[in-house]
Design a protein around this ligand. Structure first.
Ligand code: FES
Length: 283
């Protein structure tokens, strides 16, 4: 019930969140896209997992510690905890905006509300931190951090909505089990160096002939589900036409984000003009 109310509130934020989202995307795309290595680092391609949620636990934990220290009258230690929280909040923001620039429509709107609230909380914590560096304690420095904490928690809820309800940055193949049986492909011809979309039972694959080798990956991009067969071949990889993720054809390894999960890979055999495939990884 609470979830439905919050979802309706968030959905109504088009007036300010959509134009602000466009502005955020323009700014961060201009910053990140010229340097794909930095963008991949921030997505977490090297980690095989989105980097943003791996960082966010640190500031939230630091702010909880600061609250407890404030309640027990340990001002200096609370200030240190808030300092740690601010540093890791900035790192989390850098990683989060790398993922954010590829969001669209509703997910972008939710991402805009989430990041705007976090920015407000960050400012409150910064002001609180600077006040705490002064010699004379003030109740305002504590109240600012308390309000900041409430905003962080509310914003974290929206971040959870983005992932667990709207499926942002989750692996599109999380529930696709492996198999060991060969399955017939519904094509009779696979021309060289051209992605071909083909069905193998219930699965849709993209098949590529490179020299004497035949390679196949699942056609649904692990990032946001676009069809890889509409992408292009680049240096032994297939590049998704939607946001530019690249997967190595020989094993499905993700080599460029925004995807951070590997693509299911299939081996292909050909006999008398018929093609069969079998999943190579059995997770
Ligand atoms: S759907 Fe985003 S890169 Fe493929």
């Amino acid at each position: 019930m609470l979830h439905g109310v919050i979802e309706r509130i968030l959905d109504a934020q088009t007036v300010w969140a959509d134009p602000l989202g466009k502005l955020f995307v323009a700014i961060f795309a201009a910053l990140y896209k010229p340097v794909p290595a930095i963008k991949d680092l921030l997505h977490g391609v090297w980690l095989g997992h989105p980097l943003h949620p791996a960082i966010t636990d640190v500031p939230i934990g630091a702010y909880v510690v600061a609250l407890v220290l404030d309640l027990s009258g340990q001002r200096a230690a609370a200030t240190a905890a808030i300092g740690v929280g601010i540093v890791f909040m900035l790192l989390a923001a850098l990683a989060g905006y790398a993922d954010y620039i590829d969001l669209e429509d509703k997910t972008r709107r939710f991402g805009t509300v989430h990041s705007s609230l976090m920015l407000v909380a960050l400012v409150l914590y910064l002001v609180s931190f600077l006040m705490r560096l002064g010699a004379v304690p003030s109740p305002a420095e504590v109240w600012l951090s308390v309000i900041g904490f409430l905003i962080v928690i509310s914003s974290a809820y929206i971040g959870g909505e983005l992932v667990y309800n709207l499926g942002t940055q989750v692996d599109r193949h999380a529930w696709r089990g492996g198999g060991t049986k060969w399955a017939a492909l519904d094509v009779t011809e696979i021309p060289a160096d051209k992605p071909v979309k083909a069905k193998a039972g219930a699965q849709t694959l993209v098949v590529v002939r490179r020299g004497s080798a035949l390679e196949a990956l699942h056609d649904v991009c692990a990032h946001q589900g676009c069809s890889l067969s509409e992408g292009k071949l680049v240096d032994g990889t297939i590049e998704c036409g939607c946001h530019g993720s690249r997967y190595r054809l020989r094993d499905g390894l993700v080599v460029r984000g925004p995807a951070v999960f590997d693509q299911p890979h299939y081996e292909v055999r050909e006999a008398e003009g018929k093609f069969e495939v079998r999943r190579t990884d059995t997770r």
